[in-house]
Design a protein around this ligand. Structure first.
Ligand code: VGL
Ligand code: ZN
Length: 240
């Protein structure tokens, strides 16, 4: 499915991906024990996305202690930062007559327009207070091309420009990506689906993430599409 359909109900896809294996797996606590071939990708835990920030995700600050604790289980941790130019195409402020959360057409398709957020080098783009993962080995920044957004940590919204993350992970022998952070239905979800497209296994840790839930239905639609792409929906207690 085209990623522009991300917010539509992925009719039928849940059935395709749903199997007894998936459900049975979902019942076994502590079933994932991270090792050398696993990476924890902590997505966009930045000041802009927590309460008080310019694009605050509800309860986004709550996940910080859990993410710190989960990171201790992984020898491989990558952090991402949304990292926009001040005049970024995804900002409603750059489009006459447009307001945040409306959409517009850009070169690569439909773009949701946001309040100005995560401008390179500003305080809002910094990591959220309390995020404490000193053993993270890579910080990958994305969304730094003025005319192209990048929810995904792997591929920009033009669907062709790579960030380099897949190459880094492959070079380091990583096979499985565990993702958490902000926001479940945007940068976490798109990154997880692109991890699958790049040939990795992918799981999103639901309770260590928070969603924007655009239009009141965006979050469930995102989970459906993730499932259709083979992304596992897990909880922090699933990790040993
Ligand atoms: C994000 C909207 C705009 C995210 C980033 O991190 O999920 N959402 N830019
Ligand atoms: Zn952004």
């Amino acid at each position: 499915m085209d990623r522009r359909n991300f917010f539509r109900l992925a009719a039928g896809s849940a059935i395709a991906a749903g199997s007894t294996g998936y459900m049975a797996q979902a019942l076994a606590a502590g079933r994932f024990k991270p090792g050398p071939q696993d990476v924890f990708i902590v997505v966009d835990v930045q000041k802009c996305f927590i309460p008080g920030g310019s694009l605050a995700v509800e309860k986004g600050d709550e996940i910080v202690p859990l993410i710190n604790a989960l990171a201790k289980k992984f020898q491989n941790v990558v952090l991402t930062q949304d990292w926009h130019t001040a005049d970024h195409v995804s900002f409603a402020s750059q489009h006459d007559g447009k307001k945040p959360f409306e959409t517009t057409q850009v070169a690569y398709g439909t773009q949701v327009l946001w309040p100005d957020h995560c401008v390179q080098g500003t305080d809002g783009a910094a990591f959220a207070p309390g995020l404490d993962i000193p053993h993270a080995t890579l910080v990958i920044r994305k969304g730094y091309h003025r005319d192209v957004d990048s929810y995904s940590a792997f591929v920009e919204a033009d669907k062709k420009t790579p960030t380099g993350l897949a190459g880094y992970l492959r070079a380091r022998g990583i096979k499985r990506c565990y993702l958490a952070g902000l926001a479940t239905d945007f940068c976490v979800g798109w990154s997880a689906m692109d991890a699958r497209a790049a040939g990795f296994k992918a799981a999103v840790i639901e309770d260590a993430s928070r969603g924007i839930n655009l239009g009141g239905t965006g979050l469930e639609a995102a989970w459906k599409e993730m499932k259709s792409k083979g992304v596992l929906r897990i909880q922090s207690t699933d990790l040993a």
